[in-house]
Design a protein around this ligand. Structure first.
Ligand SMILES: [Zn+2]
Ligand SMILES: [Zn+2]
Ligand SMILES: [Zn+2]
Ligand SMILES: [Zn+2]
Length: 337
C-alpha cells in the first residue's frame, strides 16, 4: 500500500474516508479516470455487485465485468451525470407531463420490486444502507416529477406513485428485514415506557391526495397512530386508497402547523420541527396498547411482508425467464433527467 504524503489533508480527503492511500489526483479536485475515491465512487463502493449491475443496466450501460471494472464505470457515469443535471436544472423545465416524466413513470413501474434501484432513478445511487435523508431526497425528486396531480391522475402515474411510496416506506423501515443491511446497522425500535407529557396526536396527511389520515370515519383502532408512527404498519388513505407509511406521509407540526420531516426514530423523543420561527419542542402521543396487541400487529405485518417477498421473487423470476427467452432484446431504461 502506497504511503500517503499529503500532510494532513487526509481528514477531508475521500481516500481517508475510504481507508485507501491517497493519490495525487485526490487533492486536485478532478480525479483522473482511474481514481475511484471521489464522492460518487464512495457511494458505489458501498453497493453490492448485483446492485451496481442493476444500476448500470438502468442507465443503459454495460453490466458486464468484475467489480473492479463495474465500480469505476458506474461512478464516473454518476459524476458526469451530476454535472449534466446541474446545467439542465438552470434551464426552464420543459413542463411536467412531458416525455421524460412518462419514461420515468414506466421505469418506476418496471422497478417496483427493486426498492433501492427505484429510488436510484432520481440520479444518485441509493442502497438499503443509505441514510433516510438521502432516500427522502430521492423520493421527493421523483415525487415532484410523477405525482398524479401533474399527470391528470393517469392510471400509470397512480401506479408509479404507489410504487414510489412503497419503495421509500419499505427501504427506510427499520423493522423491515433486509439481507443487504449489515446486522446491527439498524436497531429495531424497543418498547419504551414513557409519559405523554407535551405529546400530541399529530396531524398526518396523504402524500397523494392531501386529505387527513386517521380521521374517525376510518374507524381505526386507537393504537393505529402508534403502529403508523413507529413505522410498523402502512395504512390506506380514506380518499384515494394509496397505501403509505409514516416516512412518506405529510406531517404537520402541532405547534406551528408547518410541514416537517418525520422519522420513526423520533416517535419516543421530544423534537423541534426545524422551522426557523418554531422553537418549541413536542412529542408524539402513545396510546396504551397491550403488549399482546402490538405483537399481533407485528406478526400480521411480518406475515404480509413474507407473502409480498414471495410475490416479488416470483415476479423477478418470471421476468428473468422472459428475458432468457428473448436474448436479443435489451433496452435499458433511459433516464428522463
Ligand atoms: Zn490525502
Ligand atoms: Zn483519488
Ligand atoms: Zn389520499
Ligand atoms: Zn413547528
Amino acid at each position: 500500500m502506497a504511503e500517503c504524503n499529503c500532510r494532513g489533508k487526509c481528514a477531508t480527503c475521500p481516500c481517508a474516508k475510504a481507508k485507501d492511500p491517497c493519490t495525487d489526483a485526490c487533492h486536485k479536485g478532478s480525479p483522473n479516470e482511474s481514481c475511484i475515491n471521489f464522492q460518487e465512487a464512495l457511494q458505489v463502493k458501498a453497493m453490492s455487485v448485483s446492485e451496481i449491475r442493476k444500476a448500470l443496466a438502468s442507465y443503459g450501460l454495460s453490466p458486464i465485468g468484475d467489480k473492479s471494472e463495474l465500480m469505476p464505470r458506474l461512478a464516473h457515469h454518476l459524476r458526469n451525470q451530476k454535472g449534466d443535471s446541474a446545467v439542465k436544472e438552470e434551464t426552464p423545465s420543459a413542463g411536467a407531463g412531458g416525455g421524460n416524466a412518462k419514461t420515468l413513470i414506466d421505469d418506476i413501474i418496471r422497478y417496483q420490486d427493486e426498492h433501492a434501484i427505484l429510488l436510484s432513478l432520481a440520479g444518485v445511487p441509493i442502497t438499503s444502507a443509505s441514510s433516510v435523508a438521502a432516500m427522502r431526497k430521492a423520493y421527493l425528486k421523483l415525487s415532484l416529477k410523477i405525482h398524479p396531480d401533474k399527470h391528470d391522475s393517469s392510471a400509470e402515474s397512480k401506479a408509479a406513485f404507489q410504487a414510489l411510496v412503497n419503495a421509500f416506506d419499505t427501504l427506510s423501515n427499520p423493522e423491515e428485514e433486509d439481507d443487504d443491511v449489515p446486522s446491527g446497522k439498524r436497531k429495531k425500535a424497543e418498547r419504551v415506557e414513557r409519559s405523554n407529557d407535551n405529546c400530541y396526536e399529530t396531524h398526518i396527511y396523504c402524500p397523494k391526495c392531501h386529505i387527513p389520515w386517521n380521521t374517525p370515519d376510518l374507524g381505526l383502532e386507537k393504537g393505529a397512530y402508534n403502529f403508523f408512527m413507529m413505522g410498523i404498519k402502512q395504512y390506506g388513505c380514506g380518499g384515494c386508497l394509496l397505501r403509505f407509511g409514516c416516512v412518506t406521509a405529510v406531517h404537520h407540526c402541532p405547534l406551528c402547523d408547518k410541514e416537517f420531516d418525520y422519522d420513526p426514530s423520533d416517535y419516543h423523543r421530544q423534537i423541534n420541527c426545524g422551522n426557523a420561527k418554531c422553537t418549541g419542542k413536542f412529542g408524539f402521543w402513545y396510546h396504551p396498547v397491550s403488549a399482546l396487541r402490538e405483537r399481533r400487529i407485528r406478526s400480521e405485518v411480518k406475515a404480509e411482508q413474507e407473502k409480498e417477498h414471495k410475490r416479488r421473487n416470483q415476479r423477478i423470476r418470471r421476468a428473468g425467464r422472459a428475458k432468457d427467452r428473448a436474448p436479443g432484446e435489451s433496452c435499458g431504461p433511459v433516464l428522463g433527467f
